[in-house]
Design a binder for this molecule. Structure first.
Ligand code: KG4
Ligand code: ZN
Length: 364
């Protein structure tokens, strides 16, 4: 089966062709066009994102097909992100996918964006398959899941406020670094570590306490808004008499990153232990952070779990992961009708009823 994947949930216009079956897949082509225009605003402007998708999507799809050496008629099915994300941006992809599928008389299936991230690493690593503990860390979401099998997810925890990537982006702004903040902070933190060793700053580990027990919501949930405020206070103090020096900027970036990483690593390790998993799969843009991946590997090695992380290309938003998750649903006979719509928030499919209420709470 050759699946055309479409992703337009935020500021990447992406199309991919994936071929294969549920057991064996191959990325035939992947085109990702990042909308640079948002940089001057320091964040994504939804209306501009929608318009840019309208302009870019047809050429991006044409390029994905020609890179795969295929014509439109060779596509067997279309998989498209239908939520969560920016409603207007999603609508561009969903409308295109339905029109394409209708014109070529092939099935179309809607994919939950975070389920796409869950499948991304499996495109490159044969062993990144269930059962595993999953940590999905992106610009809009932070989800800790236990994955018993594809399509069977247990939501363990999430963020009470900012997503992990959002925290990176906001802290970068406070430090005068460009958007997106994750890569910029990672660079600053490495610089800080190389030149200063340990940071002279230390921020509290958010929602991480030894007395937390399984069954309590705090055991797995995270919260980054307090950490952001701590950074703001540190910046204010450091700049009361002089502009922020490069050394202080690097030291604050390092302390922030250490705090966020330690929190996520410990929460993930708790899930590995409770569910006795031997594998951890990371996904989402923040999983491209090499310091985080190294810390996760070191911690999980002590509890007997292997950590799988996606390459930079598949960590951030891309249509190959959407095609992969779509293939899973298509092989189970799932089809969307031409009334398929876009949703800004959407519960993850495959959650048991009791965690659905919580998912709604967390606005996945
Ligand atoms: O998954 P993604 O591409 O888009 C969403 O679905 O949100 O994630 C984007 C997020 C941004 O917040 C960006 O700052 C963050 O991923 N990010 C990173 C790194 N690369 C991207 N965060 C930390 N370290 C990185 N190296
Ligand atoms: Zn994403």
């Amino acid at each position: 089966m050759k699946v055309l994947g479409i992703e337009t949930s935020c500021d990447e216009t992406s199309a991919a062709v994936l071929s294969g079956t549920d057991d064996e897949t191959e990325i035939q082509s992947l085109v990702i066009l990042s909308q640079d225009v948002h940089r001057i605003f320091g964040g994504v402007v939804p209306e501009i994102a929608s318009r840019a998708h309208v302009t870019a999507l047809v050429p991006v799809v044409e390029r994905a097909l020609s890179d795969a050496g295929l014509g439109r008629d060779d596509v067997d099915a279309v998989a498209v992100t239908y939520g969560p994300g920016l409603a207007g941006a999603l609508l561009v992809g969903v409308s295109f996918a339905k029109a394409f599928a209708y014109a070529l008389d092939v099935p179309v299936v809607g994919v939950h964006h975070m389920e796409g991230h869950l499948f991304a690493t499996a495109l490159e690593e044969r062993d990144a398959v269930p059962p595993f503990t999953a940590l999905l860390i992106s610009g809009g979401h932070t989800l800790l899941l236990d994955v018993e099998a594809w399509g069977h997810y247990r939501l363990l925890g999430g963020t009470r406020d900012d997503a992990a990537g959002e925290a990176f982006d906001k802290v970068a702004k406070l430090l005068g670094l460009p958007y997106p903040g994750g890569p910029a902070i990672e660079r600053e933190a490495s610089e800080g570590r190389a030149t200063q060793g340990a940071s002279p700053f230390r921020f509290a580990r958010p929602m991480l306490r030894r007395d937390q027990r399984p069954g309590e919501r705090d055991y797995y949930d995270v919260s980054f808004s307090g950490l952001k405020t701590a950074v703001l206070n540190a910046v204010r103090e450091a700049t009361s008499n002089e502009p922020l020096t490069p050394a202080t900027r690097a030291a604050i970036a390092l302390a922030f990153q250490d705090s966020l990483i330690e929190t996520l690593v410990e929460k993930t390790a708790r899930a590995v232990r409770q569910f006795e998993r031997r594998r951890v799969v990371l996904g989402g843009g923040v999983a491209g952070n090499r310091t985080l991946v190294a810390a996760m590997r070191e911690r999980c090695a002590h509890i007997g779990a292997r950590v799988f992380a996606p390459s930079a290309r598949l960590a951030t938003d891309n249509a190959a992961m959407i095609a992969r998750a779509g293939l899973f649903h298509l092989e189970r006979g799932e089809r969307a009708g031409l009334d398929l719509n876009a949703f800004a928030s959407l519960p993850l499919p495959g959650l048991p009823i009791e965690s659905l209420a919580e998912a709604r709470d967390k606005l996945i």
